[in-house]
Write a protein that binds this ligand. Sequence first.
Ligand SMILES: Cc1cc2nc3c(=O)[nH]c(=O)nc-3n(C[C@H](O)[C@H](O)[C@H](O)COP(=O)(O)O)c2cc1C
Length: 333
Amino acid sequence: MLNPGSPSIILAPMQGLTDAPMRAVLGEMGAFTFAVSEFLRISTSLPSKRAFYRHVPELLNDGRTPSGLPVQVQLLGGDAALMADSATVASQAGAKAIDLNFGCPAPIVNNHDGGAILLKDPSRIRSIVRAVRNAVPAEIPVSAKLRLGWDSMDSIIENAECAAEGGASWLTIHGRTRAQGYAPPAHWEPIGLVRERTGIPVVANGDIWSVDDFRRCRDVTGCTHFMLGRGALANPYLSMLIAQELRLLPLTAIEPMSSDFDWTPCLRRLAYHSFEMHAHSPSSTLARIKQWLMLASRHGAFLGFDQIKRLDTLDDLFDALAVDRSVATVTYR
Ligand SMILES: Cc1cc2nc3c(=O)[nH]c(=O)nc-3n(C[C@H](O)[C@H](O)[C@H](O)COP(=O)(O)O)c2cc1C
């Protein structure tokens, strides 16, 4: 998965957004190093292998999307022993790497002792990472994904050091506290401090929407590993542009560098993976496509959302895109 000696671009876990069909489509862009699954919540009982296969169907394909992108399995929970047992089941189901979520801000999750609430108690982060690390075979890396803190950034170094002491192979830091939610800006400076202090690889995450953002994040953090979430969906070419910057793709990989981006092939691939491969219904597939285009439209990368948002079928949607291609424009920055 993450090779400390080589830069990485990681597709962020995003519950309800980066499910297996979306991971399959974005994997086909060829720029990501690996993807992290949406979290599987471990609250009171041990998940079965089948539960892992449902949640991360790539486990039935050697842990990879159809185009070969490796997928890491993310677990969320506060009970160290149960998390360790769950990680064991995940590894028996074929997980090649485990990530532990210490960042989810959802009250329903936090009120049940999961996600960002654990940032209030660094020793528990150490215990959970250690229990999972000890439970799975040594060749399976265990990483941790943290926010900067609960309501202040002061605790990030202690939390990160505890995760490292617990045996985390790398840390992903989302540059916001739980209290900051998703409000811009992300704070990248503390991510650089974590990188200097912990001595393990650190993945910088938060608000990389453009190549300029990527360059600034790299300069501020000194990191060579980056996780892209909403920006990768808003502009499906972003991962490729950043891969070029990191010399992970040749400079000629994206041709032509036009300001017009045709969304149709990407959306057809999402429909294919949702509908054909994962047996999602046409209506849920249509809803997923609209959700994606709404995100892109909020960030100026799809201009025709008003024209398509009330359409009732996939055929109508693709007809509308074919008639007016000018609505779908990505501006490269
Ligand atoms: C809708 C949504 C769902 C998310 N689900 C998860 C999740 O399951 N696990 C996780 O670790 N982070 C989750 N995140 C956080 C993202 O992985 C990422 O840390 C955050 O969006 C910041 O990165 P970005 O600015 O590149 O989007 C989610 C974010 C969003 C917007």
